[in-house]
Design a protein around this ligand. Structure first.
Ligand code: CMC
Length: 435
């Protein structure tokens, strides 16, 4: 049943003392149903309490579906495995934005539109000079994506569907350019302009790794791997950064500002920063014989250490993206002839953890970030860039979710409430009378 039609209504009853209330239950297409508690406070005078929103559905969405118990991820109904294997990232972008896979003509037109928006405003180049060279590229990315709203006034009217789509295309097109610029700036190399005869991933690799003194030839295996990494990270329903984008968007803020808010949220090590943290951890472990020591620490309730790249709020089964990532990791390392000892550490750590009672009981499996760090490092990216690459990929997901929210007639300003446990009202004391 559509959550908004009210047909076939199932009811949940809440009883408090001698009073009871009814709340409608809505079924989605697949997955858990939801109880509509939007009138709970008005009718009962109490709020729900759900720190971390583990039991809260914040919106109705048709974009991405995750079955965390079965390890399933669908974009608009299509399994991630099929999209990563058979399609390309821009096809996934089209799918997320428009709801359907493109025809050949639609795909050609979409690729062309994205490609012709990849160049940044020339003045943005100078904007970069304000940053320190050693700034974290996520700091640069957050600032520069937010700054896009100062450069593209003609696509900030959120009530105009054409402007919304132009802003969406601009952000998908310009985020790799800005990411590459952040990287080039950090290593003191000149910015490389986008090249329109290259596909999205090859163009990005060229903007990151080409130098003016040499001809750059994109490696198709690396470009395919990059494209797949983008596809795997394109959307993940109402995670922390997407919810941040929706919350920012619910105020009517312009889309560039909303995506900048999402990037800031993605930065944290429990979210997008985990791939950087996972690689650092593998480096710290260093060799296979030290794994038991770290597994012991991860299991110790008195030690705050966690196995980075393990566990997920939603997946209580193998993260389907991690399987594809592991395969991609092998392909990249083989292509480059890299023999990375950290891959041996990762494979052994995964093997041990998958057979350890602690991890089995708590249903902790490798997540997408476990293998992405090793892959990206082999491709030549420094660890500080990992979360930036995640942000480039997730831009389309944030944008699709933001558009869906703006176009939802039931959309409201997001404004959670709280359980207040501070002091009740008390009398103000002048400073001379305070003890
Ligand atoms: N290593 C060891 N123990 C863990 C781990 C881990 N990586 N993750 C969870 N646990 C334990 C945790 O100590 C807790 O134990 P207990 O019940 O005894 O207190 C139990 O498992 C449940 O943990 P939680 O923190 O309540 O679960 P959560 O759903 O809030 O946490 C998570 C999800 C991703 C924050 C967490 O698993 C974690 O910190 N993982 C490492 C960071 C990481 O890899 N994050 C990337 C997520 S995937 C990318 C993305 O979508 O952004």
């Amino acid at each position: 049943m559509d959550a908004k039609t009210g047909a076939n209504i199932k009811i949940a009853k809440l009883t408090l003392g001698d009073k009871s209330w009814s709340f409608p239950i809505y079924d989605g297409t697949v997955g858990p149903s939801v109880m509509d508690v939007s009138k709970l406070y008005a009718e009962t005078g109490i709020f729900t309490y759900d720190p971390g929103f583990t039991s809260t559905g914040s919106c109705e969405s048709k974009i991405t579906y995750i079955d965390g118990d079965a390890g399933v991820l669908l974009y608009r109904g299509y399994p991630i495995e099929d999209l990563a294997e058979h399609g390309d990232f821009l096809e996934t972008c089209y799918l997320l934005l428009y709801g359907e896979l493109p025809t050949a003509a639609q795909k050609e037109n979409f690729d062309d539109r994205v490609t012709h928006h990849t160049m940044g405003h020339e003045q943005m180049m100078r904007f970069f000079q304000g940053f320190r060279r050693d700034a974290h590229p996520m700091a640069v990315m957050t600032g520069c994506v937010g700054a896009l709203s100062a450069f593209y006034h003609d696509s900030t009217d959120i009530t105009d569907p054409t402007q919304r789509m132009v802003a969406s295309i601009r952000m998908i097109a310009k985020s790799p350019t800005l990411a590459a610029m952040a990287y080039k700036y950090s290593i003191g190399q000149p910015f490389v302009y986008p090249k329109n005869d290259l596909d999205y991933a090859s163009n990005f690799l060229r903007m990151c790794f080409a130098v003016p003194c040499e001809e750059y030839k994109p490696n198709p295996v690396l470009a395919r791997a990059m494209d797949r990494i983008f596809t795997l990270h394109a959307d993940h329903e109402q995670n922390a950064s997407t919810s941040t984008v929706r919350l920012a968007g619910s105020t009517g803020a312009n889309p560039f500002a909303c995506i900048a808010a999402g990037i800031a949220c993605l930065w944290g090590p429990a979210h997008g920063g985990a791939n950087e943290a996972a690689l650092k951890m593998l480096g710290e472990i260093g060799s296979v014989d030290r794994i038991p020591e770290y597994v012991k620490r991860a299991k110790d309730p008195n030690d705050s250490f966690r196995l980075m790249g393990f566990g997920h709020r939603v997946y209580k089964h193998y993260d389907p993206r991690a399987k594809i990532m592991q395969k991609t990791c092998h392909e990249v390392l083989n292509e480059l002839g890299v023999n990375d000892p950290l891959l041996d550490v990762a494979l052994e750590l995964e093997r041990i953890a998958l057979h350890d009672d602690y991890f089995i009981e708590k249903r902790l499996y490798p997540n997408v970030d476990f293998y992405s760090g090793i892959t990206l490092r082999a491709m030549g990216f420094p660890t500080a860039m990992f979360t930036v690459l995640f942000a480039v990929a997730r831009t389309v997901g944030w944008i699709a979710q933001w558009k869906e929210m703006i176009e939802d007639p039931h959309q409201k300003l997001g404004r959670p409430r709280q359980l207040y446990t501070g002091s009740p009202r008390r009398e103000y004391q002048p400073i001379s009378r305070r003890k």
